[in-house]
Design a protein around this ligand. Sequence first.
Ligand code: T46
Length: 131
Amino acid sequence: MKVELIPLQIHGDERGSLVSLERNSNIPFDIRRVYYIFDTENGVTRGYHAHKKLMQMAIVLKGSCDFILDDGNERISITLNNPAQGLLINSFIWREMKNFTPDCVLMILADNEYDESDYIRDYDQFRSMAK
Ligand code: T46
């Protein structure tokens, strides 16, 4: 599946921890947009789409949530609960997010601006396009 968990180096000292995100270093694309999801209500699920072209990296800065990822053949679940870990999600991966803890702050780096025409929001259409 075209997803990868990428360890992010922590620059730690007696003061605490710092993680740096740099394009074409630990982020394998040019970052053109950053957004974050927080204050997610109990029991909420999000996502339910794939992207035609967009590549993204998801990092939970605080708390945890689960990503369900599906390439049309295989479906896996990954829990993000570590701000020193990035989940790289390529295009044509169906994603659903759930089990957000109340304190969860989920940050996403994207390689392009927001474009609704890049979304595939119908699962059957995704399955037929992913083949
Ligand atoms: C994804 C997952 C992980 C914008 O106006 N600009 C933006 O950059 C984004 C991401 C969203 N929006 C608007 C569009 C909707 O009216 O914000 C609203 C919520 O977006 P959406 O329902 O798409 O949110 P999620 O959590 O289902 O999905 C988001 C991203 O859209 C998506 O690309 O991969 O997070």
